[in-house]
Design a protein around this ligand. Structure first.
Ligand SMILES: C[S@@+](CC[C@H](N)C(=O)[O-])C[C@H]1O[C@@H](n2cnc3c(N)ncnc32)[C@H](O)[C@@H]1O
Length: 345
């Protein structure tokens, strides 16, 4: 049996409170450009007064924000009276192209996560929902920013590493992105594999509308298309070499999930593959305290009122079996996701 956290109960709760404030500290610093300005100032760092002047902010507040950041280990002492970024903070909070960048996730947690969580006490009484698609276009764009760090890794390294798939993508594959959101992954796939084409579908009209604009402005607009679908599905048969679902399986209403996976399987050519990168929920109490499931447990709680049910390994397996797909790869990724690849006979 997994042991509970060994910190004193009082310390544990104080640490959780500190985490809450640290998330908001990081979101504020990102949204106001404070981390970026300190990064630009280089190794010697920047004095709070200069930082406030540069960004046109209230100097005493910026001063306390800097001291608090130092307390959290996000900032370090620079030249006299200055603060510089802590180790890795440039990669984790400033560099938008780095797959480890957590800034979009931190901002959406502080902004949308807080709004959702505040409504839980009411929703717990009624079982009511506030679904992903009801949050609006700004939210859909934020989710796209949150996932974008991973898109390059998925498009090139992960898909290219699946035996038998690289040759198909190089030669020119037909790719379906189920739950494509604002289309970031399709653009990266089309850029990584110049002979391949992508078609994205989503039930979120806000995401699809944003995707249409983003694709039109990209250099792959001639090979990427997108459409809104309703929950009755995609309705295509034997058309795609590959279907991808990134952060989507757990978002599909569990009442219709078996039908959606069957519909996706139908849309694949014989030998076609379904690639999934998603959270797997622990199947037992022991798993709930296994650090490998941290993100899945957190996601299930954060997305409870979106109506999401994060599937366990048993649920994922049953979905593939029910759709006539054979699981060929299952691999934990970065202590966050499970990579699943299933193939049609
Ligand atoms: C977390 S977002 C991920 C979006 C995108 N894959 C990305 O990488 O940014 C999950 C998406 O799945 C979509 N979705 C949920 N149920 C769906 C369904 N039945 N069919 C198609 N898309 C669905 C949501 O609308 C949302 O856009």
């Amino acid at each position: 049996m997994s042991e509970p956290d060994t910190r004193e109960p009082g310390d544990l709760l104080w640490d959780y409170l500190k985490g809450f404030h640290a998330v908001h500290h990081m979101a504020i610093g990102t949204e106001l450009g404070l981390f970026e300005a300190i990064h630009k100032a280089g190794e010697g760092g920047c004095a709070p007064l200069d930082l406030a002047a540069k960004l046109d902010l209230h100097p005493p507040y910026v001063d306390v924000w800097c001291r608090t950041g130092y307390h959290y280990g996000l900032l370090e002492e620079g030249d006299s009276g200055c603060f510089r970024l802590g180790t890795m903070v440039d990669k984790l909070l400033v560099d938008a192209g780095d797959p480890r960048n957590l800034a979009p996730y931190i901002i959406s947690t502080a902004r949308y996560g807080s709004d959702d969580l505040r409504s839980y006490t009411e929703h717990f009484k009624t079982g009511g929902t506030h679904r992903f698609q009801e949050h609006g276009e700004d939210f859909s764009r934020h989710v796209g920013a949150t996932t974008s760090g991973f898109h390059t890794v998925v498009a090139k390294r992960m898909l290219g590493g699946i035996p038998g798939l690289k040759d198909k993508l190089e030669a020119g594959a037909s790719v379906l992105d189920v739950g494509c959101g604002i289309g970031g992954l399709m653009i990266k796939i089309a850029q990584a594999w110049p002979n391949s084409r992508c078609h994205g579908v989503d039930i979120d009209p806000h995401g699809v509308e944003a995707a249409q604009g983003i694709i039109a402005d990209s250099d792959v607009a001639d090979r990427v298309t997108v459409a809104t679908v309703d929950e009755s599905g995609i309705g295509r048969e034997g058309e795609f070499d590959l279907a991808v679902m990134f952060e989507v399986l757990h978002e599909i209403d569990d009442g219709i999930r078996p039908d959606v996976v069957k519909d996706v399987a139908r849309s694949l050519k014989p030998g076609g593959m379904l690639f999934i990168l998603d959270e797997t929920y622990p199947s037992d109490l022991e798993g709930l305290r296994d650090p490998g499931y941290n993100f899945a447990v957190q996601t299930q709680f954060n997305e409870l009122i979106w109506g999401n049910v994060v599937p366990t390994i048993e649920m994922q397996t049953a979905l593939f079996e029910g759709a006539g797909l054979t699981e060929i790869i299952r691999e934990p990724i970065g202590g966050i996701f499970t990579m699943l690849v299933a193939q049609k006979e």
